[in-house]
Design a binder for this molecule. Structure first.
Ligand code: AGP
Length: 566
């Protein structure tokens, strides 16, 4: 997820672009850049935050410019890979948010025509495509180039000699700001300080802004759309109107899971894993839970060692380190120890260019975008999606079909249940097989943001001691999809039911037996991936409980987003 921004008007263009980007930094912050139209196209861009790269620049500009703050998906964060990108003749400048799935084919064709590339990014194909068609006219060239792109994109482009800023949208958000001068941005936060009049661009629409005018079309037909007034404050707008980043990130999961599943690198990695006779996974916290899900799924022998215990337990073999931040000290220590013994180290990471990606031999990525909330949500389900996709490729199966939308629909009922839970002193989450992973993750979520003590337990283990803690009203979240573990899990639920626990059942929507055992029941559609789809109601349960208890779910006490100490 990146922040893109464009402006046409009489203000100081560089200053407007810098201020707009500052408001978009929550969308990505590993590199930044701007390009403006003056006597020719001029630009500044580099790795670093918006302040580091752009706070004191002055460029010769008339009235139009574009800007970008990056969250790297292809190509490390450095000057060459930062946006805007240009054709070799500096006729066209482009910033982009999204993933171009066919960029390799496009790049090959363009290079065959003599185009030369500088970066490792997918974005760089866009200015070359536009330049290739400039003889058609600027807007026609832009539309022709956009029509050749497959994937998700929000694109903003400037073309030398023109004071128009061109835009196109598919899957990635784009919105115009209007008040006699025009802005185009990833979201309204970029221009709210100047106007609350917004024109939201829909998928498949292209157009341009220019002095005192905007134009939108779809399929060659003009789209007339009036501005809507944004009632949100600036702060609320950064969260797209959600109360917290965590809730926004929970609701982003349909997109982030899709973006991760289609990543081309996963199949290549699966082919590599098929050459191994075992694999050792190491990670911490939520990433440790994701690692365990892979252990239940994979046919090859998998060992999972929690990063902080790795140096005591590791006995050799190739490593797969999982870390959304790519900076967790425990995981880095584990990886460095394995490398010191001569082992190969692979990594599954969300942050491109992070330390782990620089020391791993092979890196595959989740495409969850920046996760601002301290508690992992979309990065967890993206890790699972990546691991299940790798497993499917290893077995020659089709890509997983994962739909997390049904879990989002339970948000209102879960909010009602949260009121009941907010008085709990302690809770249990139980599951069998991979649903034990969900139990561990669900317990971690509610612990770390509501501060209620909770334990994730194997359903079959309660009777070996913890059952002594079950008494009237103790909440027990029973994760029980209709899979091969269900029969025994129903028995475990009956064990706690007879001790008057308060049962919160999460299972298949037609499971009437589970429903009758539950004091509160959340029905979910049939799924082959309950660790992913059931994660959403468990995240929402933690979120709503925390909010009702007056906690700040984005910034829980004592915790940090990236744990860089041991
Ligand atoms: C999860 O909600 C926590 N924020 C924490 O357990 C986290 O998963 C852990 O610190 C590992 O972080 P990483 O994935 O960035 O390595």
């Amino acid at each position: 997820m990146c922040g893109i921004f464009g402006y046409v008007g009489d203000k100081d263009v560089c200053k407007v672009l810098y201020q707009g980007l500052k408001s978009l930094e929550y969308r990505g912050y590993d590199s930044a850049g701007i390009a403006v139209i003056g006597d020719s196209l001029s630009f500044v861009k580099d790795a670093g935050t918006v302040d580091q790269v752009l706070s004191s620049i002055k460029l010769p500009s008339k009235r139009a410019g574009i800007a970008h703050t990056r969250w790297a998906t292809h190509g490390k964060p450095n000057q060459i890979n930062s946006h805007p990108h240009f054709d070799e003749n500096m006729k066209v400048g482009v910033t982009h948010n999204g993933i171009i799935e066919n960029y390799k084919e496009l790049k090959k064709d363009l290079m065959a025509k003599g185009h030369t590339f500088k970066s490792q990014t997918d974005t760089e194909v866009i200015p070359h495509l536009i330049e290739d068609y400039l003889k058609l006219g600027n807007f026609e060239a832009f539309k022709k180039a956009v029509s050749m792109i497959k994937g998700s994109y929000a694109i903003v482009a400037i073309i030398d000699g023109s004071e128009k800023i061109y835009f196109a949208r598919k899957f990635s958000p784009l919105v115009l700001g209007a008040n006699d001068e025009y802005f185009v941005a990833s979201d309204v936060t970029a221009f709210l300080r100047w106007t609350n009049q917004a024109i939201f661009i829909e998928d498949g629409e292209v157009g341009y802004i220019q002095s005192k005018k905007y134009y939108i079309e779809k399929g060659g037909v003009e789209v007339k759309r009036k501005p809507t007034t944004i009632e949100w404050s600036f702060e609320e707008a950064a969260k797209d109107g959600f109360d917290h980043f965590m809730l926004k990130e929970i609701f982003e999961q349909p997109t982030t899971i899709r973006n991760t599943l289609v990543s081309k690198k996963l199949e290549e990695f699966a082919n590599h894993l098929n050459t191994l006779d075992k694999l050792v996974l190491t990670s911490a916290g939520t990433s440790y839970h994701a690692a365990n899900a892979f252990k239940y799924a994979s046919n090859i022998p998998i060992d999972v060692i929690v990063a902080s215990e790795f140096t005591s337990l590791y006995r050799g073999g190739e490593i797969l380190a999982i870390s959304q931040s790519g900076e967790t000290a425990d995981t880095m220590t584990a990886v460095r120890y394995a490398k010191s013994l001569g082992s190969k180290v692979d990594a599954l990471v969300n942050v491109v260019g992070s330390t782990l990606t620089r020391i791993a031999d092979k890196t595959i990525y989740t495409h969850a975008g920046p996760e601002i909330g301290v508690a992992a949500s979309k990065t967890f389900t993206a890790q699972l999606a990546a691991l299940y996709a790798v497993d499917a490729h290893m077995k020659g199966n089709p890509l997983p079909q994962i739909d997390v939308k049904p879990g989002l629909l339970h948000s209102k009922e879960i909010k009602k249940l949260a009121t009941k839970l907010s008085g709990a002193k302690s809770m249990f989450y139980i599951g069998r097989g991979p649903n034990y992973v969900s139990a561990m993750e669900g317990a971690l979520k509610i612990k770390e943001i509501s501060y209620i003590h909770a334990e994730g337990y194997q359903g079959g283990e309660l009777k070996h001691g913890p059952l002594a803690l079950i008494e009237k009203g103790v909440p027990v979240v029973a994760i029980c999809p209709s899979d091969k573990y269900r029969e025994k899990m129903i028995g475990n639920i009956e064990e706690v039911k007879t001790r008057d626990a308060y049962i919160i059942g999460i299972g298949q929507e037609d499971d009437n037996e589970l429903k009758s055992l539950s004091d509160t029941f959340f029905g979910m559609p049939k799924t082959d991936y309950p660790t992913v789809t059931y994660a959403v109601p468990l995240q929402l349960l933690a979120y709503h409980t925390a909010v009702i208890m007056g906690r700040n779910p984005d910034k829980p006490r004592n915790l940090a987003k990236s744990v860089t100490v041991e």
